[in-house]
Design a protein around this ligand. Structure first.
Ligand code: 13P
Length: 252
């Protein structure tokens, strides 16, 4: 059985104080949560204090991006070792906002992924098609390209240490969630790619999260799909109440 994951991607929201206050409030309220792993991804500036606050609790801390080099002349970038030093356990790689705002390529995603793995971080690798690609019937072609490019050269044991997130770009921040069936179809397609590249064991074990307008009202329907192993939540992860309602989806 794959243990579900509920992860909040805070994007460019929350100061250090806001991040600490959120985690302080969340910690006791998820102390008895056993049915899923809980992760939040604060912005770089709040990572160290967020991780300090989360220490010893059930809240895992993810960064939102990483550079592949250990150090160097890369203005504005942050290395895997720096993320570990800040207390991160996870890192989101290849989010569509990185791909679109910063022109990130599958090859760069691959380099980041390998560096994160080498450092001992758990990568959460995002893939997903745009509206234009979906309407043009290109969804599977795009997912395959992102998968094969992003995961190129990985060994099965390396692949076993990653999580994936399927985030259709047209569903991010739009309030337009993919239907559970539509999302599950892409998840199954991604799992089959994993089967082909890395074998049955890895494909059956890899956790694939869905992201794109996940809310307290729609999370249970998504999570009811066998293929959907968790949620990567943007806007609805910014308030403790709505994030908790999502975490507590089995009792929704
Ligand atoms: P929203 O939940 O705000 O649509 O964002 C999804 C997302 O991009 C999570 O990484």
């Amino acid at each position: 059985m794959r243990k579900p994951v509920i992860a909040g991607n805070w994007k460019m929201y929350k100061t250090r104080g806001e991040a600490v206050a959120f985690i302080e409030e969340l910690k006791p309220r998820i102390a008895n949560v056993e049915h899923c792993d809980v992760i939040v991804a604060p912005p770089f500036t709040a990572l160290a204090e967020a991780a300090q606050t989360a220490k010893g609790s059930k809240v895992g801390i993810a960064a939102q991006d990483v550079h592949w080099d250990a150090e160097g002349a890369h203005t504005g970038d942050v290395s895997p070792g720096m993320l570990l030093d800040a207390g991160c356990s996870h890192v989101i790689i290849g989010h569509s906002e990185r791909r679109h705002d910063h022109g990130e390529t599958d090859e760069q995603v691959n380099r980041k992924l390998k560096a994160a793995l080498a450092a001992g971080l758990t990568p959460i690798v995002c893939v997903g098609e745009t509206l234009e690609e979906r309407e043009g019937g290109q969804t599977q072609k795009v997912l395959e390209r992102q998968f094969l490019g992003g995961f190129a050269g990985l060994t099965p044991p390396e692949f076993s240490r990653i999580m994936m997130a399927y985030e259709p770009v047209w569903a991010i921040g739009t309030g337009r969630t993919a239907t559970p069936e539509l999302a599950a179809e892409s998840h199954a397609f991604l799992r089959n790619l994993a089967r082909r590249q890395f074998g049955d064991e890895q494909a059956n074990a890899v956790r694939i999260l869905y992201g794109g307008s996940v809310k307290p009202q729609n999370v249970a329907g998504l999570m009811a799909q066998e293929e959907i192993d968790g949620a990567l939540v943007g806007g609805a992860s910014l308030s403790v109440e709505s994030f908790l309602a999502i975490i507590n989806y089995p009792s929704a």
